[in-house]
Design a protein around this ligand. Structure first.
Ligand code: UD1
Length: 417
């Protein structure tokens, strides 16, 4: 397995272009199954998760052809199967979107229980509750979720927990249901708005995406569409933290600054300068950031996906910081690896206390999940000496050309076989 080798101590400077949002793209691709008409999707990130989704489309009998590295043409008129293969589905969480999309298009789907990052228990009861409310029968047997409906009928669905995946999955099925669906306590992430915009471009009638009440009037058929995926706010946040942690000066291009508000606010609270433009922003690091407390929450709260990354930055702050993880109960698996690099962090339940002013030292570490892997890269950038990260397939699942982008900013990072 290849590993990443990082020599610490370099200050990042320059510009970096942010790619399309993974968490939007992984829903938009299955959503294309909802129409038999051709669909063109631009600004897809060139990452492993997307390649797996395209493999699943091919397996299902869908024509999907790359126009260039980031634009995909999909023709789902030929979809022939409704069972997604375990070997591919287990590689990513978002394969659960094939349930909603295949159900909406063909009235049935058999999807293995999805894989993805191990962040502790990740139930999909709210997805199932939503699909059942729309009239589907759901059976889970031998690791396969079977979803069937002769006819989908709009319903009022109140989510018990705010879930990105459940909100999108219900939207996917509801656009083709008869009548009106209302999703209450819906998630408000920008990726949900992006998927709704794509579905509306295909002729769906979705109102209220981005608020906690989404109203959908079902339509009989969806048509062709062209869609450009929004920028990845978590990739952007990663480079912002990398700039801040290395005391660097980095300008991010192609971002939607509004989506980054919770991250910008936290960095400014730490005394780090962030200059905001229309579609770019500049982060100017500071060698003595202030300690802050962070609580993760659904959007527009501080993103759980940024928690491990922020933790690395806080090891450099003046004083102790408290991080409370409110979204995923098992999302502190990176702490033990960071401790091996010298970080002083104490975890109690959902809370981590991070001591600042710690000189990290390079060490061999294992990427425990996608975002933790990126956090270890930043830890390696500020550590004394050499860091070698193994199990980097996690990182490649979600970060486009991360070595090239960091190298262009002055990092010493290379893949070793
Ligand atoms: C998505 C993102 C992931 C991000 C997370 C939270 C994708 C592909 N992944 O994951 O990067 O970290 O949102 O912003 O978009 N829950 C239930 N029952 C359900 C569904 C969720 O109890 O049926 C719980 C989860 O265990 C978790 C919380 O709700 O505690 C939020 O999860 P959810 O928003 O669904 O996360 P994902 O869609 O899996």
């Amino acid at each position: 397995m290849p590993r990443l080798h990082i020599t610490g101590g370099q200050r990042l400077a320059g510009t970096v272009k942010i790619s399309g949002a993974k968490n939007s793209a992984v829903a938009v691709i299955p959503a294309a199954l909802l129409t038999a008409a051709p669909v063109r999707i631009e600004n897809l990130p060139d990452i492993h998760d997307i390649r797996v989704l395209v493999d699943i489309l091919h397996f299902l009998g869908v024509k999907a052809v790359w126009e260039n590295a980031t634009t995909l043409l999909i023709d789902a008129s030929t979809v022939a199967k409704t069972q997604a293969p375990y070997e591919l589905v287990k590689k990513l969480r978002a394969s659960y979107y094939f349930m909603g999309a295949l159900l909406g298009r063909l009235g049935c789907a058999d999807v293995p229980v999805p894989g993805g990052c191990d962040l502790g228990p990740r139930p999909i009861d709210q997805h199932i509750k939503g699909l059942v409310s729309l009239g589907a029968k759901v059976e889970v047997e031998h690791g396969l979720i079977g979803v069937r409906a002769k006819k989908l009928i709009g319903a009022r669905i109140y989510l018990d927990v705010v879930s990105v995946g459940a909100t999108i999955n219900i939207m996917l099925a509801a656009v083709r249901a008869e009548g009106r669906t209302v999703i209450e306590n819906a998630a408000k992430e920008p990726e949900i708005v992006d998927v709704a915009n794509f579905l509306n471009a295909m002729g769906a009638k979705i109102r209220g995406a981005g608020t906690d009440v989404i109203r959908i009037t079902g339509v009989k058929e969806l048509g062709p569409a062209n869609h450009c995926v929004i920028p990845d706010r978590i990739e952007a946040g990663t480079y912002m933290i990398a700039a801040a942690a290395t005391g660097g000066d980095v300008t991010l291009l192609d971002v939607i600054p509004k989506h980054l508000d919770p991250i910008i606010a936290k960095l400014r609270e730490m005394g780090i300068a962030v200059e905001v433009g229309d579609d770019k922003l500049r982060v100017i690091g500071n060698t003595t950031p202030l300690a802050v407390d962070i609580k993760t929450f659904p959007y527009p709260g501080f993103p759980t996906d940024m928690q491990s990354l922020a933790m690395v930055l806080l090891t450099q702050a003046q004083g102790s910081s408290v991080i409370t993880e409110n979204v995923f109960e098992g999302r502190f698996k990176h702490v033990d690896e960071l401790k091996r690099m010298g970080a002083r962090i104490k975890v109690e339940g959902r809370t981590a206390i991070v001591d600042g002013r710690t000189q990290l030292s390079g060490a061999p570490v294992k990427a425990t999940d996608l975002r933790a892997g990126a956090a270890f890269i930043i830890a390696g950038l500020i550590a004394e000496g050499e860091t070698v990260i193994s199990e980097i397939y996690h990182i490649y699942r979600g970060y486009e050309h991360i070595c090239e982008k960091l190298t262009a900013l002055g990092a010493k990072i290379k893949e070793i076989p």
